[in-house]
Ligand binder design. Structure first.
Ligand SMILES: [Zn+2]
Length: 95
């Protein structure tokens, strides 16, 4: 997978909050999240391309893009990336 930028490390708005999540499609800083989904991988690649389980956080930006922020477990290591980047307007995020 090509390297995708989905964090802004040095945000000036609130640096004490940590890295700012930005849209991987347009770098928009106004992003929203939806309730996460946990999938069991059963050591058999059933949740994501790795063997273990994964957490998917549905995200969207205010310019009409959506994606999943994924943390996946594989043989004692956890990997984070974005998946399923798409054009999709949403307005039902968590507050
Ligand atoms: Zn966007």
């Amino acid at each position: 997978m090509a390297e995708t930028t989905y964090f802004k490390k040095n945000n000036t708005y609130a640096p004490e909050y940590g890295q700012l999540i930005i849209c991987p499609q347009c770098s928009c800083e106004e992003t929203h999240m939806l309730p996460p989904e946990v999938k069991g991988g059963h050591d058999n690649h059933e949740a994501w391309q790795g063997r273990g389980s994964a957490i998917f956080i549905p995200m969207y930006c205010e310019n009409g893009h959506a994606w999943d922020l994924r943390i996946g477990f594989h043989k004692g290591q956890c990997f984070m990336d974005v998946e399923n980047v798409r054009n999709e307007w949403r307005n039902d995020g968590m507050r």
